[in-house]
Design a protein around this ligand. Structure first.
Ligand SMILES: [Zn+2]
Length: 193
């Protein structure tokens, strides 16, 4: 059986939990054939029964892995751009049959895109912090109230909560933190192999 890479395993888990790993394994190992959501469900049951019959599929002797759970998981993978399907109408029942396959080749690209998004957000926040400083009340330190210069000016630099003085907050620590995060994320190695 083909194995998922550790990074892909973790990513699948984040998307839809442990069941997503099982679905991922089935998709990876059915590359050469048409497989339906029913087929995937049956394969998982078969495989897990051999390894660990107690695992999350038996509860008081009742099978708890539902076709619907697998379907939902497949749709989550589809939303995450890691799976695709085509559907065909069954002429005898009139229902649709869904055939699924993985798009794990796109995984590295998906990760790169996420990395770029996070990096852009951090840079945006850094720029904001560097261009803005805030006023806070030292008496109400637990308070999440932060005022920019204009709002603090309007309040006469008085805390609306306790009337104490509003003082400029030093955000150098946060700026340093953001810079470190950006360097960290720039240097992350996302190669899948
Ligand atoms: Zn206050």
């Amino acid at each position: 059986m083909k194995e998922l890479s550790p990074l892909l395993r973790s990513f699948l888990f984040v998307i839809a939990g442990e069941i997503a790993i099982e679905v991922g394994i089935e998709l990876l190992n059915s590359e050469e054939m048409d497989i339906t959501d029913e087929g995937i469900t049956e394969n998982i049951k078969e495989r897990i029964k051999k390894i660990d019959p107690e695992k999350f599929f038996e509860e008081n002797g009742v099978e708890v892995l539902k076709l619907n759970t697998v379907r939902k998981t497949l749709y989550k993978l589809y939303s995450g751009k890691l799976a695709q399907f085509r559907r065909i109408r069954d002429k005898s029942t009139g229902w649709f049959i869904y055939y699924w396959w993985h798009e794990f080749d796109l995984f590295e690209e998906i990760l790169m895109e996420k990395k770029r998004t996070i990096e852009a957000k951090l840079r945006e926040r850094l720029k904001f912090e560097e261009n803005n400083y805030f006023f806070v009340c030292k008496n109400c330190q637990d308070s999440i109230l932060k005022f920019n210069f204009d709002s603090a000016f309007e309040l006469n630099f008085k805390c609306p909560n306790c009337s104490g003085p509003l003082e400029a907050q030093d955000n150098q620590e946060l700026i340093q933190y953001l810079k470190e995060k950006i360097v960290l994320i720039e240097n992350i190695d996302l190669s899948v192999d």
